[in-house]
Design a protein around this ligand. Structure first.
Ligand SMILES: Nc1ncnc2c1ncn2[C@@H]1O[C@H](COP(=O)(O)OP(=O)(O)OP(=O)(O)O)[C@@H](O)[C@H]1O
Ligand SMILES: [Mg+2]
Length: 334
């Protein structure tokens, strides 16, 4: 490594404009392409910068500088370039729900499940922790799961039930779920900031944060704290997307809903945190109960490329399942 490269490596850049070779005009172009931060640029591919008229050589230099700035040391550049073509899918256990998501949850992006109490958010997270351990031909990723639990609702017993139903050895399945309880929002952030090693060492292919917003919601109260809450959430989500991309893993977060509209969002029901990840690719699924006890309705609310839609599934002893024809509600209130 030359001295210059060595120097580059140690340099930290706060904003795009600070990067070598990036002037105000280039920074503007990058922002128009959705790269607002050094972090997001670090995860960009050369090809993604093409539309800004940035040469391959310059793009590589910028991305490398951004990467070394944020200390990515766990992935090679050629791997990074290939990653986009390597998106994998993880099954939910319900064909209907998988269909809604075009084949399951994608690696390298964040999928958010939001809904009221009891809508099934945590149940889906549990199921995914089991499913991720399945081989690809069964919709899994042959990997482990990392579960960051903020509400102490993770239950090993539930994992055992689901694992047995799939014919897996429950003991093994439980061993492949790395669990961490987060006691405060700062602790939650700290856990994720230090997750790289754990993810790498254990072949983690699913990262769950259940719930993403609960601590933030209870700690940051009032309008005057809203901006700092959003800033922290933003940072947290960026960290998550970075890990998901770097390790080709699925990232799942849960979020409760606000019953009342507030000044920032017009909808009667909206997820807490609003548009937390503005420019990061992000799939949002709204869950609600149907009239039948075990039946749930999933609505794809936002996806980088899929149309909106709704599907129904059920939560049973076995886990997340499709409903049979007879069980289908006559009117699901669509
Ligand atoms: N063993 C089981 N058998 C059948 N259904 C179950 C079982 N365990 C949980 N459920 C169903 O899942 C529901 C709980 O869902 P879940 O815990 O995922 O809600 P949530 O959306 O995470 O709610 P919260 O916002 O409170 O975290 C229960 O009300 C029940 O309907
Ligand atoms: Mg829950």
């Amino acid at each position: 490594m030359s001295e210059e490269e060595e120097g580059l490596k140690k340099q930290r850049y706060e904003s795009l404009e600070d990067l070598p070779g990036v002037g105000p005009a280039t920074a503007q172009k990058l922002k128009e392409l959705g790269f607002h931060t050094v972090e997001s640029l670090a995860m960009a591919t050369v090809r993604e910068l093409e539309p800004a008229g940035i040469s391959e050589k310059k793009a590589l230099a910028m991305i490398s500088a951004a990467r070394s700035s944020i200390g990515i040391s766990f992935i090679r550049a050629d791997e990074l370039l290939k990653m986009r073509q390597n998106v994998l899918r993880l099954t939910t256990g319900s064909k209907a729900l998988d269909k809604l998501l075009d084949g399951g949850l994608e690696t390298q992006t964040i999928t958010e499940f939001y809904g009221e109490y009891g809508s099934g958010k945590s149940q889906i997270c549990h199921q995914l922790c089991v499913n991720v351990q399945l081989p690809p031909e069964k919709g899994g990723l042959n990997g482990a799961a990392l579960y960051i639990d903020t509400e102490n609702t993770f239950r090993t017993e539930r994992i055992v039930q689901m694992a047995k139903h799939l014919g897996l050895d429950p003991e093994n399945v439980v061993k492949n779920i790395i669990y961490a309880e987060a006691y405060t929002s700062d602790h939650q952030m700290f856990l994720l900031e230090n997750a790289d090693e754990v993810v790498k060492q254990n072949n983690v292919k699913l990262i769950v944060i259940d719930s993403l917003t609960a601590h933030f919601r209870s700690e940051y109260i009032g309008r005057e704290m809203l901006a700092s809450r959003q800033q922290k959430l933003n940072k947290h989500m960026h960290r998550l997307i970075r890990i998901a991309r770097a390790f080709n893993a699925v990232a799942v977060v849960t979020n409760q809903v606000m019953a009342k509209p507030d000044m920032f969002f017009g909808d009667a029901i909206s997820p807490i945190g609003g548009h937390i990840v503005g420019h990061t690719s992000h799939t949002r699924v709204y869950l609600r109960r149907a009239s039948h006890g075990s039946v749930r309705i999933a609505r794809l609310v936002s996806s980088p490329y899929l149309p909106e839609g709704e599907e129904i599934f059920k939560i049973t002893e076995n886990g997340i399942e499709d409903i049979s024809e007879e069980e289908k509600p006559k009117s699901s209130g669509r």
